[in-house]
Design a protein around this ligand. Structure first.
Ligand SMILES: Cc1cc2nc3c(=O)[nH]c(=O)nc-3n(C[C@H](O)[C@H](O)[C@H](O)COP(=O)(O)OP(=O)(O)OC[C@H]3O[C@@H](n4cnc5c(N)ncnc54)[C@H](O)[C@@H]3O)c2cc1C
Length: 499
């Protein structure tokens, strides 16, 4: 197995996109197959050496940053194995964990297929995107990564491999889950907490009658190493009608997004293919546009907010849909003449790039100030969306901190990014984050819809699930990772693992 204790080799594995600092490790190992993963975990188990699993380092919560022990890089565990066409023009792909989402999308696209989850960061590895249950703009139509994972192979620190197909190893009425590995069997008592409504990626997943596979999706490298993956694919849409619509008032963008969402849900249920049915509706506030102006001088001067939307089109539906979207824009006083619309793949790619540019630019600014990102990843139940928007506006304005708001408004999921310029602002930023998090939890929302908990959101998890929830999670971990070596510092606070 390739391994290195050279500090120059280790250094890149001490970072991710969170800008969290202080990580350290004694070695990086690069297993090239399942046997070598078992060997690496076996050695670590015997010496009680913590193992942090690394994907491609685009995570936002420091989950792949080690604080001691070794790093197990998944990058040599292989990428695409096979794409299968299935009935009804859909299909599935079998891959190793080290395929980027872009590579997967490009490969399936040549077979006229689409992998629906659409996290903005296409350099993420598929294995890690499952470990974080990533989601994205198209989650509004297609759900999060979880929905598309059909089968996983996972290596545990016990040396067991698990072959988990959705629908196999199902929790019983008592919330117990029985699992059979290649060497041992495991009987788990699942946590009793209730999951928040909507998008959610904080802590171990539980639901009545769940499949074992769901426990590993979103477990952030704390339970096992994902070595093989099967994901579902759908027929590639013939094209997209999409646009970036600008407004001179933020409220008008909120209202249009709300209306687009309601119509989409109604028309989708009715199967009305020539009516508004967005796959993505994304929001930008005035501060996000201000940051984007550094790269996009063509943003209209009067614009105070924007919505990016996309809708799949079938042959012959494009023109009719364009009229409906324009009508909708008119109803909410959009700056339609200065907005951008298009049906060509090039235009669609440009609009998507515009959406992707905002988190990239924010990260660039934070690197300049050498500050860690303070980014919310909260969702709330639908009935609280407008309360959330008002709360953000009020609290952020009062704080005097630099910030922007953008993201998945159709999923009630907006990212507030605070941009502290020094340590004092950072402290105030985190205080504000905590206040808002408390309100989100009181409304029945989640502290992490898609980025996970990692090392940077742990303290908020107890606000959500209580000490008993954390204890129940730690008992699950102790069964599957009895050496307690995997993903130390992620999700579960140390005090629940010691002793
Ligand atoms: C500009 C930008 C935009 C982003 N947009 C989105 C977005 O829209 N939606 C979203 O969900 N996220 C987004 N992210 C966050 C990030 O891309 C995701 O969290 C992604 O899933 C991380 O993938 P990675 O390969 O970089 O993993 P890493 O950061 O390396 O690791 C993430 C976690 O996965 C675990 N892990 C990695 N591989 C395995 C494996 N094989 N088995 C078990 N555990 C493993 C690690 O231990 C760690 O806990 C964004 C990030 C950036 C920088």
């Amino acid at each position: 197995m390739i391994r290195s204790a050279n500090p120059d080799v280790i250094r890149p594995y001490l970072t991710d996109a969170s800008n969290l600092t202080g990580g350290y490790a004694s070695e990086v190992v690069f297993p090239e197959n399942e046997k070598e993963v078992i060997q690496a975990l076996d050695e670590a188990c015997r010496t009680k050496t913590p193992v942090t699993i690394a994907g491609n380092g685009t995570g936002l919560v420091g989950a792949r940053i080690p604080f001691g022990g070794i790093v197990l890089s998944t990058e040599k565990l292989g990428g695409l194995r096979e794409i299968y066409q299935a009935e009804g023009d859909s299909g599935y792909a079998v891959t190793g964990p080290a395929l980027t989402l872009k590579q997967l999308q490009d490969a399936v696209s040549t077979k006229e297929l689409l992998y629906p989850p659409d996290p903005t960061e296409q350099n993420a590895f598929i294995g890690a995107s499952i470990a974080t249950n990533a989601s994205g703009a198209r989650t509004f139509k297609y759900g999060a990564t979880r929905r598309w994972v059909r089968r996983l192979k996972v290596v545990l620190s016990t040396g067991d491999t698990l072959d988990l197909r959705r629908g196999e190893f199902v929790a019983d009425e008592e919330n117990s889950l029985f699992l059979k590995g290649s060497k041992n069997s495991f009987e788990l008592k699942l946590p009793h907490y209730r999951m928040p409504e909507g998008k959610h990626s904080a802590g171990y997943y539980v639901s009545p009658g769940m499949s074992a596979i769901d426990l590993f999706i979103g477990s952030e490298g704390t339970l096992g190493v994902i070595t093989e993956i099967e994901v579902g694919l759908i027929p590639k849409p013939q094209g997209f009608f999409s646009g970036v619509v600008f407004f001179d008032r933020e409220e008008n963008a909120w209202q249009l997004a709300n209306q687009a969402r309601e119509e989409s849900l109604k028309n989708r249920t009715a199967g009305a293919k020539d009516q508004i049915d967005a796959s993505a509706v994304e929001y930008f506030d005035s501060h996000a546009l201000e940051i984007l102006r550094s790269s996009y001088a063509q943003i209209p001067q009067k614009a105070q907010s924007a919505i990016f939307f996309e809708q799949e089109i079938q042959a012959g539906t494009g023109k009719h849909l364009a009229q409906q979207w324009l009508q909708l824009c008119k109803s909410y006083q959009a700056l339609s003449d200065q907005s951008w619309f298009g049906q060509s793949p090039k235009e669609h790619a440009e609009f998507r790039m515009f959406r992707h540019a905002i988190p990239v630019l924010v990260n660039r600014i934070l690197r300049q100030y050498r500050q860690t990102k303070i980014g919310t990843d909260f969702t709330v139940p639908r009935k609280h969306l407008f309360d959330l928007l008002e709360l953000y506006r009020q609290k952020l304005k009062d704080s005097g901190l630099r910030y922007c708001i953008f993201g998945h408004i159709a999923d009630n999921h907006l990212h507030v990014n605070l941009l502290p310029q020094n340590n004092e602002e950072s402290v105030r930023g985190w205080q504000l984050y905590r206040q808002i998090a408390r309100q989100i939890i009181a409304w029945g929302g989640t502290i992490s819809a898609e980025h996970g908990v990692g090392k940077m959101r742990r303290e908020y998890l107890s606000d959500m699930f209580g000490q008993s929830g954390l204890m129940e999670m730690s008992l699950v971990k102790k069964k599957l990772d009895p050496c307690l070596i995997l993903g130390r510092g992620n999700i579960i606070p140390e005090e629940f693992l010691n002793g």
